[in-house]
Design a protein around this ligand. Structure first.
Ligand code: MIC
Ligand code: SF4
Length: 642
């Protein structure tokens, strides 16, 4: 039986396990990436492992999230990451060099290799045929140390793209259509593999927009074949030697097949407050726009920026709209500066931001109260922009630029001819903002600022796990709810005790206080609990507050792994209806917890307040069960090494 592309790469990297969907496997990791907001934790954990030098083919530490430097905290974190990277053999991409996923695609990604990144949008690398997976910092630390990455063998869903896009319809509209079809939980446990004739019409940056936002499907990753279009891109980046051809076998099998006719797509938007709340721009109608933000790892490539510049050229933006543009990398920004496109943007009234995540992670540019913001980003969760009442629509760069001019959401097809931008034959290459690590044997002193605080480590699971249901939340709770990030909180990513004071506050301002007063307890969640970011702070902050377990209808992949790594029990209701059998404040107890975990996947929780027994499942592999018993991955690793 033939293999699909995802299976081929997994097979080549398989370290343990059987390639049967839903079973735990482990794979060798060739490359890692970290960014600063998850990176401090990853390197602290790497240091705790005591391994002198990374064992990957290439590891890169990027600074792109936390760049406002409103106080000393960010700058201290950057210094820590720069020095710890130099010491342990990690390349360092300086602030200003660009967004990790954009830069990694341009300069480091290699088709057929595995990439593990401490950021959920790491699958951007799937645009050049990498098996690129997002994970918590601790998993990335282990991979840097040469350990394999454990995951459930995914199912593989083929998305067949047919035909070609009509003018003014963009790659963004393809992934928005996939989100409409599959929803934010439709990709859980799956790799999304793209194929069909339509892929030949898509450039690498367009493919990367699609694989990037596959994160919003909850997918393990997304991938395109590596073909002559990939070769052209790598050639233009001066890296043709990195190219290999990669495609599925002729008789490859897929668990699911979805077809999309590109000719039938039209400009789409994800409406507030979820990336799968899709409607066509035409259907939504001409709502008034207050802010337009163009950039992020989804849509900040040279090609995207050139389309925006062409639309803006010779125009003036609407007086009621604030337009901000963040080109994705130094390469993109320099090329725009050299060819005059940057001048066209500025002349039209755009405010140019540095090449970083910026407003995408709430680092500035919070919209006005109740404002409508059109963004080319990938997430529009409530409050993520920094303004809870803002209404964020996710759109293509074309729709965003046109809206900035007209001041209302506008179907760009009304404007006549669409801009056509050719893929450059060569990109401008200057890696002088990437610092190579110190040679082996050279002493490097690691700089640690006062904001770097020890992170919480759990204790071995006790026999009786008891506590109150501290909070009860609904479906699709994001890690932005669990551990909000914005300009005020992002500087504290290496200070978990401080961050914990804000844990789950978008859902319930009293949660941290209640958790502490009760000495911890349980969180009750709906389905797809923990979707979104890879931030392990969404597990570490609850741990800091004494949370022992989360009982939900279902979990998002990375968050569930982060809970297990922290020794917090992720449990799912066997009967979803039992969600109604627990109210906030109920006293819950899991007796014989250790024995129950060891002996099976179904546990009984007693709701003492309601005098009712509730069956919950824990879908743990043997290794994960041992981790929970030990009180998390760090304790488990220590036990293994004794
Ligand atoms: C995000 O887009 O939510 C982030 C910020 O990039 C996160 C990482 C983080 O929380 O630091 C992600 O996607 O993993
Ligand atoms: Fe940065 Fe936004 Fe991409 Fe996350 S989604 S990596 S915050 S640009």
């Amino acid at each position: 039986m033939g293999l699909n592309l995802a299976q081929k790469i997994i097979k080549e990297h398989l370290v343990s396990g059987e390639m049967v969907a839903g079973k735990e496997i482990s794979i060798k990791i060739d490359q890692t990436l970290t960014q600063d907001s998850t990176g401090t934790m990853a390197y602290l954990q790497f240091e705790a492992m005591g391994i002198p030098r990374v064992k990957t083919k290439k590891s890169v530490a990027y600074i792109d999230h936390n760049t406002l430097q409103a106080g000393f905290e960010n700058a201290d974190d950057h210094k820590y990451i720069q020095t710890v990277a130099a010491k342990h053999g990690v390349y360092f991409s300086r602030p200003g060099n660009g967004i990790c996923h954009q830069v990694h695609l341009e300069r480091f990604g290699v088709p057929g290799m595995t990439l593990l990144g401490s950021d959920s949008h790491t699958p951007t690398g799937g645009g050049i045929g990498m098996l690129a997976i997002g994970a918590g910092g601790l998993d990335v630390a282990v991979a840097m140390g040469g350990g394999p990455y454990y995951l459930m063998m995914p199912k593989v869903c083929k998305v067949v793209l047919k035909g070609s896009l009509k003018p003014w319809v963009a790659a963004k509209d393809i992934i928005l259509e996939v989100l409409r079809l599959l929803t934010v939980k439709g990709g859980v446990g799956k790799v999304i593999e793209y194929g069909g004739d339509g892929i030949k019409t898509l450039t690498v940056p367009e493919r990367a927009t699609i694989t990037n936002m596959g994160a919003e499907l909850g997918a393990t990753t997304s991938i395109f074949p590596s073909d002559e279009i990939t070769l052209e891109f790598l050639k233009a980046q001066g890296r043709e030697q990195d190219w290999v051809e990669l495609k599925p076998d002729e008789d490859a099998q897929y668990d699911e097949v979805v077809e999309i006719n590109l000719d039938e797509l039209e400009p789409l938007a994800a409406q507030p407050h979820s990336p799968d709340n899709i409607a066509s721009v035409k259907e939504i109608g001409k709502i008034k726009v207050d802010q337009v933000a163009i950039g992020s790892c989804t849509n900040s490539s040279f090609m995207d920026m050139m389309k925006v510049a062409r639309i803006l050229k010779g125009k003036t933006i609407n007086p009621d709209v604030s337009l901000v543009i963040a080109p994705g990398s130094k390469q993109v920004l320099t090329m725009l500066a050299e060819n005059g496109a940057l001048a066209d943007m500025v002349a039209a009234g755009a405010r140019i931001l540095e090449s970083a995540c910026g407003p995408c992670i709430g680092m500035g540019q919070a919209p006005a109260s109740d404002a409508v913001s059109l963004r080319t980003f990938n997430r529009n969760f409530e409050g993520r922009s920094g303004t809870p009442s803002a209404k964020v629509y996710l759109v293509s760069p074309e729709v965003a630029a046109v809206g900035a001019i007209t001041g209302v959401l506008t179907d760009p097809r009304e404007l006549g001819e669409a801009p056509v931008v050719e893929m450059p034959k060569s990109f401008l290459i200057n890696d002088n903002m990437v610092v190579a690590p110190a040679p082996e044997g050279v002493e490097v002193e690691v700089a640690r600022g006062p904001n770097i605080k020890p992170f919480p480590v759990n204790k071995a699971l006790s026999d009786e796990v008891a506590g109150k249901a501290l909070i009860k939340v609904g479906d699709n709770i994001t890690t932005d709810h669990i551990m909000p990030s914005n300009a005020k909180l992002l500087p504290f990513r290496s200070n978990v005790p401080y961050l914990a004071e804000f844990c789950l506050t978008p859902c319930d301002a009293e949660f941290p206080k209640r958790a502490k007063e009760n000495g911890g307890g349980f969180i009750i969640g709906g389905s797809n609990y923990g979707q979104g970011s890879s931030r392990e702070h969404a597990a570490l902050a609850p741990l800091q507050l004494g949370v022992k377990g989360v009982i939900a209808k279902s979990f998002a992949r990375i968050h569930m792994a982060n809970l297990i790594n922290s020794g917090i029990l992720p449990m799912t209701f066997v009967n979803e209806g039992d969600y109604d059998a627990i109210d906030m404040g109920d006293e819950l107890v899991l007796q014989n917890a250790r024995q129950q975990i060891k002996s099976g996947s179904e546990l009984t929780i007693k709701n003492k307040t309601k005098n009712k027994e509730i069956k919950v499942a824990v879908a743990l592999s043997g290794r994960q069960a041992d981790m929970i018993l030990a009180g998390g991955l760090l304790n488990y690793t220590r036990e293994q090494n004794v």
